[in-house]
Design a protein around this ligand. Sequence first.
Ligand code: NAP
Length: 555
Amino acid sequence: MVIVNDLTEPDMPRSIEASFDAVIVGAGFAGLYMLHRLRGLGLTARVFEQASDVGGTWYWNRYPGARCDAESLAYSFAFSEDLEQEWEWTERYSPQAEILQYAKHVAERFDLLRDIRFGRRVDAATWSESKQRWTITTEQGDKVTGQYCIMATGCLSVPQLPAIEGLESFAGKRYQASQWPHQAVSFKGQRVGIIGTGSSGIQAIPVIARDADHLTVFQRTPNFSVPAKNSLLEQSWVRQFKANYRAHRNNHRRGLGSGFGDLDIEPLTEVQEPILMESLSSEQANAVLQSAWDRGGAFFMGAIGDAMMNETANSFVQKFVHDKIKQVVKDPQTAAALCPDNHPIGTRRICVDIDYFETYNRANVRLLNLRQSPIEQITATGIQTAAEFVELDTLVLATGFDAMTGALLAMDIVGTGGVKLGDAWSEGPKAYLGLSVNGFPNLFTITGPGSPSVLSNMLVSIEQHVDWITDCITYMQDKGFRICTADKMAQKQWVGHVNDVANGTLFPKGGSWYLGANVKGKPRVFMPYAAGVGPYREICDQVVEDGYTGFQFSA
Ligand code: NAP
């Protein structure tokens, strides 16, 4: 088997032992902005990043068709008005290369690179009670200390390989969506197979199909997907939108939803009341959905406001999408296999596609329904299912991630009393506000479990967390505190609240990676906070206003 990527890093020189005010793990958007804000406080910081450049998820996920499912003008930093005015996005949904370029631009523009060490994988972080500092080590031999340790490790950064017998025996080329090579990949003249029909697969399939001789899609669970309706951005529209950028940003931050919306030229002046199913006739509901469908994008899931709470409303939306799939896909059997029927729409991450269902009308594309005939094994030359053997030259895996906790638990994080994070989280992640973990002083988790994170526009949530952490550290400096830790009872109540909110929705019925359901042995806990970015921000702000309720500080 030839695994094609170029992820081998050159040997890095061993760093000398050094101490910093803060150590940040990860140089994606979260790590970059955190470094910028800490610099603003006059603190010293060291960032460790395992990749050879900035960008986080946009560094790794270079598969064909990779692009953001949040719109460019919303999926961007709001902290610098000059940056947001000067940077020019070209498409409604930015392709991966453009977002990576943006991350590099931010790093250079704010002179961040000098504090980042690339090619360094942090393997351990240990709190010393006597020194009141964290010691952070890397696999490459670095050892540094920091008063604060800030995890900017991303929610979807640990790839998940399928547990299929014989995977390693495949003798053709094998690519993984989340570890895609940096050089161009051609599928010309090849028989390609792809496993995985989540967001990554659904973006990659149409592009690979246009290039390959033949593409077989091995689908276990069909997913709901809505058309992106991507287009080049009209510069006159962009100018008008940017003229009101502050008001738009404010709406993204304060809204009831996920921080994706409000992309009309005129900013919303008041919070929009959700349209509830019970207030609509079937014709009206279809018209509302059609209008959202025509507009394109994940916004579709917000069209009927109680679709994530009310099974009747959800079933109505499901049927609308099933009908769309059946209208597009010509072969009735393929269309039926593509209609998701085992989870309410939206309870698994809604996918946003360009020509996904249309791709199944191509003569060189075939859908294999693994629910009818599961994969039995992978051999040197292809995939054996219960029904047939499919010969392949190339295999693409788009099989997801150990989400939200994967990157944190991959490190050996040891808090007070020698307690390991892995033990503290043996029944699932427990964090106060998704920001701080009891027993792990001065450790912050940007977009950690228990915060809106993956249910939101990540840039909105990253900025909110980084700003909150910066304010907390400023508060500690002003008051002469050196240690901040989440209170056990406050954490317990927050975790209970996160569960209660999730249980008031249909999310737990999704059986998705939100629940850890895609990783064998992972505790089934709904990890993100589902109440929306605006209400979450209000809670975090209130905690500060009330003197950091739920946190304990000491000198
Ligand atoms: P994913 O949604 O977890 O999908 C993984 C796919 O692999 C599923 O279809 C899964 O099937 C399949 N799979 C896993 N193991 C398998 C096996 N042994 N046999 C057959 N099929 C198997 O992963 P993803 O597509 O990488 O997306 C993860 C998340 O990343 C998204 O939900 C989204 O939040 C984010 N993302 C965002 C974008 C964007 O912004 N545009 C793009 C890509 C990803 P089952 O469902 O049956 O397990």
